[in-house]
Ligand binder design. Structure first.
Ligand code: PMM
Length: 283
């Protein structure tokens, strides 16, 4: 039987009081650790631990607050043998997270918010996820304009290429880089769908891609009720599962998701379909 490589499943552990779909559910160390263990049991390959909500309009925590939230959780999950990623835009937090056992730095700003993150990662052997980003969450709606030829897709390709340049110049080799289109960050609904429909233009940059569509507003919008109100975040899971095989077919490296079980189930079915005997194997 042939084999196919399935995307890695990155389970989200938001240690925040205010993330948009699970804010407050895992805000203390104990419940975040328990949630991380559950996600591992459900088949997560990576646990992404974050202490700053980036939901639209969010205000930033103090550095000390972010450290207090993420470091004990990373320490505990890494001690269980999990591959842990830290979702942070801050050099100080990235450094502490790496010391605590994180092997991936997931920087939603791609090094724009705090360029020293790039130096911290360069001095380690961590993998670096550079996401497309334009401004902090309290202002990002003002930056959702893509007037250049080629629109949002061309802009994201160009701006991510600049981040790759910044990361490699800082000393992070390309084989430690992962890119992310940043769905929902300074993007209106149609921008997210255009990016998904043209994801091949991002894969053409030759680096692995991480995609975070899970529970985002653009999914809620296609599930809106008759009055146009977007479906609330936890009701968006089936729509996300429909995207999973499409993204797997495009060869994405990873999927950043809230519902790990739904994603690993969708991937198991996709994998069985893709590895079923074709013409030569039929009797
Ligand atoms: N989205 C959120 C937070 N971190 N990181 C990456 N790499 N990609 C994303 O799309 C992404 C992210 C916001 O979603 P959440 O509040 O549900 O965690």
């Amino acid at each position: 039987m042939s084999t196919v490589v399935r995307p890695l499943v990155m389970g989200i552990v938001n240690v925040t009081p205010d993330s948009f779909s699970d804010g407050g559910l895992y805000a203390d160390t104990e419940s975040a650790l328990a949630h991380g263990s559950d996600l591992l049991t459900q088949g997560a390959d990576i646990l992404d631990v974050g202490g700053e909500s980036t939901r639209p309009g969010a205000t930033r925590p103090l550095v000390a607050e972010e450290l207090d939230r993420v470091v004990p959780v990373i320490t505990g999950l890494a001690a269980q043998g999990a591959i842990v990623s830290v979702d942070t835009m801050r050099a100080e937090v990235a450094a502490a997270a790496i010391d605590a056992g994180a092997r991936i730095v997931n920087d939603v700003s791609g090094g724009l918010a705090d360029p020293a993150v790039l130096d911290v990662v360069a001095a380690s052997d961590a993998t670096y996820v550079a996401m497309h980003w334009r401004a902090h969450s309290d202002r990002m709606a003002d930056f959702a304009t893509y007037d250049e030829p080629g629109g949002v897709v061309a802009a994201v390709v160009r701006e991510l290429s600049e981040r790759v340049e910044a990361a490699t110049t800082a000393g992070i080799d390309r084989d430690r880089l992962v890119l992310d289109p940043g769905l929902g960050f300074a993007k209106r609904g149609e921008h997210n769908w255009q990016l998904l429909a043209h994801l091949d233009e991002l894969t053409a940059l030759g680096l692995p891609l991480l995609v975070g569509a899970s529970r985002k507003t653009f999914l809620g919008a296609v599930l809106a009720g008759p009055d146009g109100t977007p479906r609330p975040p936890t009701g968006r899971e089936h729509a996300h599962s429909a995207l999973v095989p499409l993204l797997a077919d495009l060869g994405v490296w990873g999927l950043r998701v809230h519902d790990v079980r739904a994603t690993t189930d969708a991937l198991a079915a996709w994998q069985a379909w893709r590895t079923a005997p074709r013409e030569e194997g039929r009797r």
